[in-house]
Design a binder for this molecule. Structure first.
Ligand code: ZN
Length: 143
């Protein structure tokens, strides 16, 4: 039964996030939050605090001075100059170190292009299900 449990755990872990300390943030949450890091000038202006999920700094929105010339503009982090800033008006807890950590891991520590993430994980999920079914099939035919 130990083998069964670890295989099922593999599939489940990939539906959520990779490490247990980030279990509170699902892929869906992290993808939704990412929408709020670009073309968000009005939202940043409504925010008290902002967090950067590249360098994981938090700072008052008033500290942002540099913007990417999108329409509306996208904020650049005053600490690291990367456009990975989310304001608290987005509804996300941008001052939570765990949130910034999970976002960093999700968006910067993967090698897969963002656009492919959705289909990649769907494939991975199917693969995990198939391997569990194959394992169960193997069990049934075993003596
Ligand atoms: Zn930063």
């Amino acid at each position: 039964m130990a083998a069964m449990r670890s295989m099922a755990g593999l599939g489940r872990g990939r539906l959520l996030t990779k490490t247990s300390k980030h279990m509170a943030y699902t892929d869906e949450v992290l993808q939704t939050a990412h929408v709020h890091c670009a073309r968000h000038e009005p939202e940043i202006k409504r925010s008290q605090n902002c967090g950067c999920f590249y360098c994981k700094a938090t700072f008052p929105s008033a500290e942002i001075e540099d913007w990417v010339d999108d329409e509306p503009r996208s904020a650049l982090c005053p600490r690291c100059m990367i456009d990975s800033v989310v304001g608290d008006a987005s509804g996300f807890d941008v001052t939570d170190a765990g949130f910034l950590e999970a976002m960093h891991e999700y968006w910067f520590e993967r090698t897969i292009p963002a656009a492919k993430v959705g289909s990649y994980w769907r494939k991975q999920r199917r693969g995990a299900v198939a391997s569990v079914l194959a394992w169960l099939g193997g069990r049934k035919s075993a003596p």
